[in-house]
Design a protein around this ligand. Structure first.
Ligand SMILES: *[C@@H]1O[C@H](CO)[C@@H](O)[C@H](O)[C@H]1NC(C)=O
Length: 136
């Protein structure tokens, strides 16, 4: 690669890296029927990305179901159709990059794979966690 290519790309790469982040979760969490469970999700930067959007989705064999969605720009905080009144996304943790979702009154049918997707104007990252239900 000729040197001018580097000169041209470097500032862009720098911008990209400064706006980038990773998202992590735990491979599995275990819930107890009738109790609340926290689906963990942490943003690596520990600051809130620009115009952050948080999407929690459940991955079911053939489709993806919305569990909860939050948009910082509008302050819109919406549970998925099947999860009305059962999801809490605590804003307290946002300043430290904690976008964990509390799922209330866990049911056996809740077990499965969940995906935490965090988007900003410039970047997007996601992490998955499996919810197991004790005794099921
Ligand atoms: C993140 O927030 C959840 C509640 O939504 C809380 O249970 C959990 O302890 C927090 N995690 C950290 C690392 O602070």
């Amino acid at each position: 690669m000729p040197p001018w290519v580097h000169l041209w790309t470097l500032p862009h790469l720098g911008l990209l890296l400064s706006e980038s982040f990773e998202v992590s979760s735990f491979p599995t969490v275990t819930g107890i029927v009738g109790q609340d469970v926290v689906l963990p999700c942490q943003i690596s930067t520990r600051t809130q990305p620009n115009n952050m959007e948080v999407q929690w989705k459940k991955i079911i064999q053939t489709h993806v179901e919305t569990v909860h969605e939050y948009r910082a720009q509008t302050g819109q905080d919406v549970p998925g159709q099947e999860y009305q009144g059962r999801t809490v996304l605590l804003k307290d943790g946002f300043t430290s990059g904690n976008v964990s979702l509390k799922l209330k009154n866990v049911r056996p049918a809740d077990r499965g794979m969940y995906s935490c997707i965090v988007k900003s104007n410039e970047w997007s990252a996601d992490a998955a966690t499996e919810l197991k239900i004790a005794g099921w």
